[in-house]
Design a protein around this ligand. Structure first.
Ligand SMILES: [Zn+2]
Ligand SMILES: [Zn+2]
Length: 280
């Protein structure tokens, strides 16, 4: 029985090799262009092209209502090989692909926190004079919403708000290992875990929370999501914030749209929303 399952995994993985290239998240949110001095440019590829690398079998497994691997809470249910990260861990190879910062600090510090925020660039001590009162360092300060990880029924585990979260507020950062797309693809060939989540962020870079990451990996897809992802620049590097699209009430499951695309087998959606398109 186990051997059969392993075989199936291998087959699924090899199918994935062909399909995953066409599977990705697209940009969810246009980057605001701010009309102000310094002619700040919007992020060129602010697209979170999400999940090049979500393995089709992960979703399939959820649809089959198999017992979730993480039935209760995060800490108690992490896979044996999994390690928690507070911040992204970059490989040298991915770093080499990292685009140049769009917002240099050559001009010295100023009080343009709101301008930077609108351009999705967090302030640093170099760029901003506001110090502790600066309201544009949420990712660096990990100003996350209160949440819990618990069962989301047939979908496996889910990420639930434990307090009301206002529209636009940061919920959590999507943290993982930052790999080149090639390296991430290569891992998929060998990885037998069914919880593999990779988020493509442009420039051939992927944030992969399969082996290392934070609780954002538990956020499920919805066709009518209450949250969205956005690519920010923090200290010259791209990072992904999950923010509320609307008021999220305490107790609601937090979801975003994976924009999962594949030319292979279509995957049935379990989101349960009235706007469900039926498939991911
Ligand atoms: Zn600031
Ligand atoms: Zn749906």
């Amino acid at each position: 029985m186990k051997e059969n399952q392993a075989d199936q995994n291998v087959r699924r993985s090899s199918r994935l090799k062909q399909n995953s290239i066409q599977s990705y998240f697209k940009q969810e949110k246009a980057i605001p262009v701010v009309d102000k001095k310094k002619a700040l440019k919007p992020l060129k590829e602010a697209s979170i092209s999400v999940n090049d690398l979500i393995k089709p079998e992960n979703v399939v497994i959820k649809i089959k209502h198999e017992k979730p691997e993480h039935p209760k809470t995060t800490k108690a249910t992490k896979p044996a090989s999994f390690r928690w990260l507070r911040v992204n861990k970059w490989t040298k190879e991915a770093m080499a692909l990292c685009p140049k910062p769009i917002m240099g600090t050559d001009d010295g510090p100023d009080d343009d926190c709101e301008v930077r925020k609108a351009c999705m660039v967090e302030c640093t001590d170099k760029s901003c004079t506001a110090g502790p009162s600066c309201g544009n360092r949420g990712l660096q300060r990990q100003e996350y919403a209160k949440y819990e990880i618990r069962s989301a029924g047939g979908k496996g585990d889910g990420f639930y708000a434990k307090e009301d979260i206002k529209a636009g507020e940061l919920i959590i950062e999507y943290v993982g290992e930052v790999l080149t797309k090639d390296a991430a693809q290569d891992r998929l060939k060998h990885n037998t875990s069914r919880h593999v989540y990779g988020m493509g962020i442009g420039d051939g870079i992927v944030i992969d929370s399969a082996e290392r990451g934070n609780d954002a990996r538990f956020i499920n897809h919805s066709c009518d999501p209450n949250a969205e992802t956005g690519k920010w620049e923090v200290r010259g590097r791209p990072r992904v914030a999950v923010t509320a699209r609307r008021l999220i009430l305490a107790g609601e499951e937090v979801t975003f749209n994976y924009h999962f695309e594949t030319e292979g087998e279509r995957v049935k959606c379990m989101c349960g929303s009235k706007k469900c398109r039926g498939y991911l």
